[in-house]
Write a protein that binds this ligand. Sequence first.
Ligand code: G4P
Length: 294
Amino acid sequence: MEQSLNIQWYPGHMTKTRRQMEEQIKKVDAVCELLDARIPQSSRNPDLAVLCGAKPRLVILNRCDLADALETERWAAFFQKEGASVLLTDAKTGKGTNAFAPAVRALLKDKLKAYEEKGQVGRVLRLMVAGIPNVGKSTFINRIAGRRAAKAENRPGVTRAGQWVPLGNGLELLDTPGILWPKFEDETVGLHLAFTGAVKDSVLDIETLGCCLAALLASRYPDAMKATYRLKEIPAREEGEGEIAWGLRILEDCGRKRGCLVSGGEIDTERASKILIDEFRAGKLGRITLEAAP
Ligand code: G4P
């Protein structure tokens, strides 16, 4: 799977990125880790926790507008249990972003208290935003910092002279986010990143991707699949049937309903795959979380 990923990250590059991130983290009081609320596990790079060490972390579950609200609550509880503070946002509309500054102050209350005791009133708190490409870092930064922040370059390891952007409320943000590579530890992670569009380069051919997504959605959100594609029933998975084979049968049913036919009456499953993937990404099946909280 890893070899089929058309992404130019190689060990030297990763080591450099890691070192740069380490340097940046030293300069901040807290790290804000942006995750995709639909795939909190797969959009996370566990190396960040290691790089952060004891530094306080704020987990931001972004794209909440597209995720299942109940699952998002469960994920929030999970990250809180791990010791992180959690913020739920939709950076596109700005929903939840007003709670950012209060959340940071709550996270760093001991530090603020220590500053106060030392008479260092007005001392700013420094922060950085980190996350994998396409998770919404630029959108989020623009929300909280306005036009003052620079546009992020979407490649891990890309640095500029780190500038501090004052947020006007005792907080300062590193103008460029820390960009982490996703962690393709297993096939599922690669698939989930592809379903959500986090990895633009295709992990698998579109048809296989569509079959895998159809099977996953039919398992986790059968009602949404039935309603969106007007299916009476989801075909039951047969004993010993592989996931892709089952997904293909579901996809054929969806394709039939959407008139994806080729001459001879066969279903154009490639077109059906594109429709399913596009509609899932656009939230047309409703609010969906692909990964259940542990
Ligand atoms: P990055 O810096 O981490 O690489 O991500 P970026 O902000 O560029 O965001 C990637 C895409 O995700 C953008 O869409 C952005 O609008 C969208 N996005 C970011 N946060 C949210 C969110 O909370 N909810 C939703 N629904 N979308 C979000 P795009 O397709 O590149 O552009 P456009 O659709 O905004 O025109």
